[in-house]
Design a protein around this ligand. Structure first.
Ligand SMILES: [Cu+2]
Length: 147
């Protein structure tokens, strides 16, 4: 009987622990404004884009402002364009490589060039230290076909 109670108690505490994990562990410490929303204004999901030729990507953002990297100002961040990759860990600095482009000057559009094939694009906002906000602000992941 004792064993069963102990097991039940263990399960209860495990469930409690799962619930008790604060959001902060899954995101940066900079709060996102309520309703903040990022989206890719162009290209559209499923759109065909020219392969090996620069095309424009428009960054959309609502209920949040853009500030350059290093500038700590409430309710702002800068855009990151994720190319052919999933969202990175939300509690770490966003990587900087050819799949994670930072727009630390506060740019709201860019030109990119892709080889032929299917590619994914997604926006993720980062704070002055390139950390995702809490909760993280990211767009839907879209697919484009370069040809
Ligand atoms: Cu950044």
């Amino acid at each position: 009987m004792y064993k069963i109670i102990a097991a039940a108690a263990l399960m209860a505490s495990a469930a409690l622990a799962a619930w008790a994990v604060p959001d902060a562990a899954l995101a940066g410490s900079t709060p996102a404004p309520p309703g903040a929303h990022a989206y890719i204004g162009y290209p559209n999901d499923g759109q065909v884009v020219p392969a090996n030729k620069p095309f424009r990507v428009w960054f959309g953002l609502r209920f949040m402002g853009v500030a350059p990297k290093g500038v700590k100002y409430p309710n702002t961040g800068h855009h990151h364009l994720l190319i052919d990759t999933d969202l990175p860990p939300m509690d770490q600095e966003i990587p900087s490589d050819r799949n994670h482009l930072h727009f630390g000057a506060g740019e709201t559009e860019t030109m990119i060039q892709l080889p032929p094939g299917k590619h994914t694009l997604q926006l993720l906002m980062g704070d002055d230290m390139h950390m995702p906000h809490n909760p993280p602000v990211y767009s839907k992941k879209i697919t484009v076909i370069a040809r």
